[in-house]
Design a protein around this ligand. Sequence first.
Ligand code: SF4
Ligand code: SF4
Length: 271
Amino acid sequence: MSEERVGFFTDTSVCIGCKACEVACKEWNAIPEDGLSLTAMSYDNTEALGASTWRHVAFIEQPKPEGRTQLPLADGESGSDVRWLMSSDVCKHCTHAACLDVCPTGSLFRTEFGTVVVQEDICNGCGYCVPACPYGVIEQRPRDGRAFKCTMCYDRLGAGQEPACAKACPTESIQFGPLDELRERAALRVDQLHDAGVPGAQLYGHDPDDGVGGDGAFFLLLDEPEVYGLPPDPVVTTRDLPAMWKHAGAAALSLLGGVAVSFALAGRGRR
Ligand code: SF4
Ligand code: SF4
């Protein structure tokens, strides 16, 4: 990695659900439309991240939690018993990225910025990366089978620009920059929210000691990760591969040894 590692800090406490990030991502990366259907379940008609949705703004409607204070801005606004949680999800650009570990063609690679990028002209459509991702981010496009996901606007980073989603976000819910700086900023923001009476504020994906070595794209959430459809304890799915190869190697060696002994005994019997 020749450059400083960069990333996203998505502060969901200031997301207003405008979806400017989704639109900017689609426009900049020329991503095809992925169905203009209405789910009739929520205001969220994009539903999930996918081959043609590299940013997805989740709209979560939930009863106001008892004993917990709302964000000061939302207090007393409507007298409603429900609250909205909005969060712009994206590829986590994991420190230990299983998608990258299993890719046989080198289509997925780690960039000089520490991000994880998939190259559409090298992907052969094998799909190994899809079940390997612990977050369910990467997906094959049904029309041609190749895998696609967020590149953190690799072309823009190369030109010294920030990713399109961060540039378009009107509330600075999506912040881009050197990862260490973002982690410091995020810790201060959590303290600020706790002091303001929002005890549910918590960081997700910021910890380099978690099961994926920390994410290059991490979040400030206002409730538990499961509420946002995020796994509470993600683990790099290729974690056990070295041990599995060691066991497979030992089994193959003992099999070969057994075959050799059988041949030797059979040869001695014929003499
Ligand atoms: S979130 Fe999934 S697709 Fe993104 S880098 Fe991690 S393993 Fe790969
Ligand atoms: S652009 Fe910013 S405020 Fe609008 S939905 Fe995306 S993250 Fe939220």
